[in-house]
Design a protein around this ligand. Structure first.
Ligand SMILES: [Zn+2]
Length: 253
């Protein structure tokens, strides 16, 4: 296994040890200086974490994933805080529409009490559910990290631990996209039924496949958000995939 700090050509993985920064890779002709850790300025969040850089980093990962992933600083300051923030916001978006809806939800049970009790209950239930959803997403982020480390090792890439984690953390904007998917689905459904006035009340018999007899509207209410959720999940996977491609030979600083 190649040491994490050895400078490899970031395009082909050739060991550049001892070569002049002004030279080129003997294998693929990529300029040596472009494979040096100093050529990576870091994402806006890595440079200075804050609300503005949070927004700019997420936007940049979505708009120009390759360039952003290729600019990440490997090692140094961790981006776990970026991942935690994105997972928490995504968690809040995921749980908010259902707050107080499921049977057994304390917020639902609190209805009918005094305004203060209801408000307080909704607040702590929302905080607890958001934290739980955020923790699940952060857990999935870690699973993705373990997964790409495994794949990289099998393919013979020198993907460093720090590099793999930076990629997974910066891809968490994909979780935000995924969290927004069900809301987008509900919006589409609203347009179909209320604006275009499609007759979705027609019955459809799903008993043959082990389900109930229902209407097209009910089927679409589940199918559209579920499909968009999958698209969101794919967005996260795609961002990680591009990130790994741009960092599979990057050296740790
Ligand atoms: Zn090369």
């Amino acid at each position: 296994m190649v040491d994490e700090r050895t400078i490899l050509c970031e395009r082909c993985g050739y060991d550049l040890t001892g070569l002049e920064p002004s030279g080129t890779c003997p294998e693929c002709s990529r300029p040596v200086h472009r494979s040096l850790p100093d050529s990576r300025p870091g994402s806006a969040w890595q440079q200075r974490p804050g609300l503005g850089s949070w927004w700019r980093t997420n936007l940049s990962v979505m708009a120009a994933p390759r360039a952003t992933m290729a600019s990440l600083r490997i090692g140094g300051a961790t981006s776990t805080s970026l991942a935690a923030l994105n997972c928490l916001v995504a968690g809040a978006i995921l749980v908010a529409p259902w707050l107080g809806t499921p049977v057994g939800d304390p917020a639902r049970a609190a209805r009918g009490g005094s305004d203060l009790v209801v408000a307080f209950t909704y607040l702590w239930v929302f905080a607890a559910q958001t934290s739980a959803a955020g923790a699940v997403l952060l857990g999935l982020t870690w699973c993705e990290y373990a997964g790409i480390r495994f794949i990289a090792a099998r393919r013979g890439w020198r993907l460093t631990k720090a590099g793999a984690w930076q990629v997974c953390c910066h891809a968490t904007v994909g979780w935000l996209a995924m969290a927004l998917a069900p809301l987008a689905g509900l919006a589409i459904l609203h347009v179909l039924t209320s604006v275009l006035r499609l007759p979705l009340g027609g019955a459809i018999d799903l008993r043959r496949v082990g389900l109930a007899s229902t209407t097209w509207g009910d089927v679409l209410t589940i199918a559209i958000p579920a499909a968009l959720l999958l698209v969101g999940l794919f967005a996260y996977e795609l961002l990680v995939h591009l990130g790994v491609r741009m960092n599979r030979y990057a050296a740790r600083t």
